[in-house]
Each structure stands twice: as C-alpha cells, then as structure tokens.
Ligand binder design. Structure first.
Ligand code: ZN
Length: 251
C-alpha cells in the first residue's frame, strides 16, 4: 500500500491542491492525514470537500482530529491558543458547514494501520504533545507499543524523522525537495512529513510524504504553490494578517 502522508493542511486549499497534483504523478493508494485539517487559512469547507470526496472513493485510510480541529468544532475551548490562533479557530468555527463539523467531530485522535503503524497528531503518548527535541523523540520511541514500528505524526509543522536502530537514535531533518529513506524492518521510527498548509522550517514550500509499506520506503517532498492566492483570501476573509505574511517566509 502506498500511503499519502498529509499533516497540518490547515485549510490551505492551494497548498493541498499542489500537493495532490504532485503526488498523483508519483502514485498513491490511500490518505493518512495527521490532524489539523483546518485552522489558520481561509478554505476550511473547500478542504473538507476534498477529504469527503476521497472518502466517497474509499481512499481515506485515517484522518486524525488535531488540536485546531477540536477548537473549530467546539470540542475544546481556545484558552491555550495565542491570539492569532484563537481568532483563526473561531473564524473557522463560524465558517464550517454543519456537515463538515459533524464529519470532523466523528474523527479519532489516534489510529492504527496494518499491524505496525500508528497515526497521531502530536505524539504517540499524548495527542497534544510536541515532538521536536531529541529527548522527546527518544522517550516516545522507547515507549511505543511493542508491535508498532512506525508512528506518523505532525503538530510541530517541521519535517523530521527519528530512527531508532540497534538502540541508537538518528535524527534526520531533510531540507531538499525530495528525500528518500529505506525504513529498516528492525528499527522504530517517528516520521513527521511536515505541514502542507503552514510550514514552519523557514521553507515556504508545502511539505508532504509518501510511504510504501510493501517496499518499506519513505519519500518526503517539498512543493511550491500559489502563496499569493491564499494571502489574498486571508485578507478578504478578515483573518489575522500575520497568517498571510508567515506563509511567504515559512514559519
Ligand atoms: Zn497544526
């Protein structure tokens, strides 16, 4: 199975469309979306429409509920959010069509795929925790369920792979437009494909991945998209202007 790895799409239709066009040329079977499908950007309903289309086609394997999704559907309040995130989440709450609110509400915050893959938003130990520092990654890897070999996660918006082989942890931070990694069958992995809709590694290109479970191979990609079109929509929607300017810089 070839999984399309999407995370933190954050209602960025133009970035999602560019990623799908790029991925379609490479081939994929089913989507794993690692949470925060909405929030920050101006196209929550259009992005939901795309997810629902793939669901109808039987091409959605797992979609995870992220922390911004929880606020957007009213499952959590926004008290832990900064001002711009809170404003964006409340705007999203007003915009989302009732059928998409219902759809998001039905999502889980964790999923298991095949025998050895776990899918979460933040960390396998806590959906809202961030994995960015090596110590956080090591702790999560050491505490994975014994049968889990690879955990796909998002939340930090940073492309990152932590690999535990023979008790040694490697930390890989790809910066190129295409990165390929053979997954060691005896290793344990945390893989963050980065954010489709709001990258934060000073690279404005949309980030995503493809994992071929049969070949045990991972590809991580960066794709340019029409940032100006999203920024225009952000201004028209009255969303915080910083949501627009940060996209050009990738933070
Ligand atoms: Zn996010």
């Amino acid at each position: 199975m070839r999984y399309l790895l999407l995370s933190d799409v954050h209602a960025n239709l133009e970035a999602l469309q560019a990623v799908l066009d790029h991925a379609d040329k490479r081939g994929w079977d089913k989507i794993l979306s690692l949470g925060d499908e909405v929030g920050y950007n101006p196209s929550p309903n259009e992005v939901m429409e795309i997810f629902c289309k793939y669901e109808d086609e039987g091409r959605l394997e797992s979609v995870i509920l992220g922390n911004h999704d929880k606020v957007a559907v009213g499952q959590c309040n926004a008290e832990n959010f900064n001002e711009r995130a809170r404003k964006s989440a409340l705007w999203t709450q007003e915009q989302l069509l009732p059928e998409y609110v219902k759809w998001l509400e039905s999502l889980a915050d964790m999923a298991f795929v095949e025998e050895d893959i776990q899918v979460v938003h933040g960390s396998p130990l806590d959906p809202d925790a961030y994995i960015s520092h090596p110590a956080e990654a090591r702790f999560a890897l050491d505490n994975l369920e014994p049968n889990i070999r690879i955990c796909f996660h998002g939340h930090t918006h940073l492309v990152m792979v932590h690999e535990l082989v023979d008790k040694n942890m490697n930390r890989l931070i790809p910066t190129q437009d295409e990165f390929v990694l053979d997954i060691d069958k005896n290793g344990k992995y945390l893989v963050n494909p980065g954010s489709v809709g709001q990258p934060r590694d000073n690279n404005s290109k949309a980030a995503y991945g493809i994992f071929d479970s049969k070949q045990s191979r991972l590809w991580l990609y960066r794709v340019p998209y029409d940032i100006a079109a999203v920024q225009e929509k952000i201004f028209l929607a009255g969303l915080p202007e910083i949501n627009a300017s940060r996209l050009s810089k990738g933070w």
